[in-house]
Design a protein around this ligand. Structure first.
Ligand code: FRU
Length: 481
């Protein structure tokens, strides 16, 4: 067997559990200098099954240490997705600064019998920095009124009214609840039945504030949807608006997407982080998550991303960029200036041999057609680029190696360019089996996974129009394992 965390296709700069299955990130909370990441986990198989909350911790958002499983299924059901908070004022009576997890209990028996109330919300607490968890004896704390999809509670403290707000995915809309103590919940309002994308069920919401460019607070409501994403299958939309402790009022009727790529789902933000908002998603898609090539583990998370509001023209968007902490594993970069791409430019010819994982940052003088091609000597490749005529970014993994395990996997995915700027910038975070593309300072983002039969070793940049890259920065990224 290959050394743990160095198996073929194993992500080197992304969190994946040592073994077996993972999907959504859960219970993300920052507490006493530690970033907690819980995750949907089935410790007995590489295929989805009875859900547990796995647990990992980090001091820097980059290196992760897996911890013992935090929550096991019980008589109320599997432990589905949810969130965690620091109860600073001891509102729940579990102790000052106790960590409280709020999650969905999914009763498989109720589902089998086609009862419509098999998903209910429950809580658990930890008073030892998340090491051990006690489920509350009065679970569930929010009973299902008869809605088949009733899950993924994200809880935040609403300071003006000194109460907790639960943002819950309820089939085709969001329902907001409030509570003084995390134990008793009152319905406040519903949102979204007539707004946003509705090609599938709504899941894994999040509600938080970001500052706009005038320092004014704007509320952001994140809602994952499956299926119905812009490139098929699972994806994450969001709304901008105002929240008054009871209702969410959107600024407009636009549907915006956190990430247009096929492989960023169920992402939410860490709680208790002050003004910083750090997001991380599950780097897969329900179209094929259970059948992607795997050996001892299956699926991983995206890198942590910092969210900021950015304006372009008259529109405002949530932009994502890799967290600054990623610099910790970045080698001293090779910086190249004014590169003329005449048809094709081999990056190694000027930057030296490329070792993956790697980070590339590019600045193009003007709006141009280009393609950045990752390849190996088996003739497999992934192309990441921009199509000027269509004003679209793309990632093409149709010839990326093993692709035929699912019919939608080998594809070229596209995303609109939202920026109105003349010049273009692009950052690529390249792991052994994924690319995360941040274009125009994170206004258009795409994440895509792939399974080459041999590791990619080369990067070339192609352009039909003699494009000038004003600046190209290449760094290798050190494995976190
Ligand atoms: C989203 C999701 C959640 C659910 C969890 C179950 O990927 O379907 O809605 O809580 O996964 O594992």
């Amino acid at each position: 067997a290959q050394q743990l965390y160095h198996e073929r296709h194993r992500p080197q700069i992304h969190f994946s559990p040592k073994q077996k299955w993972t999907n959504d990130p859960n219970g993300m909370v920052y507490h006493n200098g530690t970033w907690h990441l819980f995750f949907q986990h089935y410790p007995d198989s590489t295929i989805w099954g009875p859900m547990h909350w796995g647990h990992a911790t980090s001091k820097d958002l980059v290196h992760w240490q897996e911890q013992p499983i935090a929550l096991y299924p019980d008589s109320l059901g599997y432990i589905f997705s949810g969130s965690a908070v620091v109860d600073k004022n001891n509102t729940a009576g579990f102790g000052k600064n106790a960590l409280v997890a709020i999650f969905t209990h999914h009763d498989p028996q109720g589902e089998k019998e086609k009862r419509n109330n098999f998903q209910n919300q429950s809580i658990a607490y930890s008073t030892d920095e998340g090491r051990t968890w006690t489920k509350y004896a009065g679970n569930p704390v929010l009973k299902n009124p008869g809605i088949t999809d009733f899950r993924d509670p994200k809880v935040c403290w609403y300071e003006p009214q000194k109460k907790w707000i639960m943002t819950l995915a309820t089939k085709d809309r969001i329902t907001f609840y409030s509570s003084p103590d995390l134990k008793g919940w009152t319905k406040e309002s519903e949102f979204g039945k007539e707004l946003g994308a509705h090609g599938g069920v709504w899941e894994c919401p999040d509600l938080f504030q970001l500052d706009d460019d005038n320092g004014k607070k704007v509320w952001v409501l994140i809602v994952s949807i499956n299926p119905g994403g812009p490139n098929g299958g699972s994806a994450t939309q969001y709304f901008l608006g105002d929240f008054d402790g009871s209702r969410f009022a959107p600024v407009d009727t636009n549907t915006r997407w956190i990430d247009y790529g096929p492989d960023n789902y169920a992402g939410i933000t860490w709680s208790n982080t002050g003004n910083r908002k750090i997001f991380l998603g599950w780097m897969s898609n329900w179209l094929y998550a259970n059948i992607v090539p795997a050996t001892t583990w299956r699926n991983a998370m995206t890198i942590a991303r910092e969210l900021k509001l950015k304006r372009t023209g008259n529109e405002m968007y949530v932009a994502s960029e890799p967290v600054a902490e990623l610099k910790k594993i970045q080698s001293k970069p090779v910086v190249l200036h004014n590169i003329q791409v005449q048809k094709s430019f081999d990056v190694a010819s000027k930057a030296g041999k490329i070792t993956f994982p790697a980070r590339l940052d590019l600045n193009f003088e003007k709006n141009s057609d280009y393609s950045i091609v990752l390849s190996n000597d088996a003739g497999e490749e992934v192309a990441i680029g921009y199509n000027k005529a269509q004003q679209q970014y793309y990632i093409d993994r149709s010839r990326s190696g093993q692709t035929n395990f699912q019919k939608d996997f080998p594809a070229r995915h596209v995303a609109p360019r939202l920026s109105k700027a003349g010049s273009m910038d692009l950052s690529l975070i390249l792991d052994v089996n994924s690319v995360e593309m941040f274009a125009d300072s994170g206004l258009t983002v795409m994440t895509s996974i792939y399974f080459p039969t041999k590791p990619f070793t080369h990067i070339r940049i192609e352009s039909p129009e003699n494009v000038t890259i004003k600046k190209l920065t290449v760094s290798s990224l050190k494995s976190i394992w």
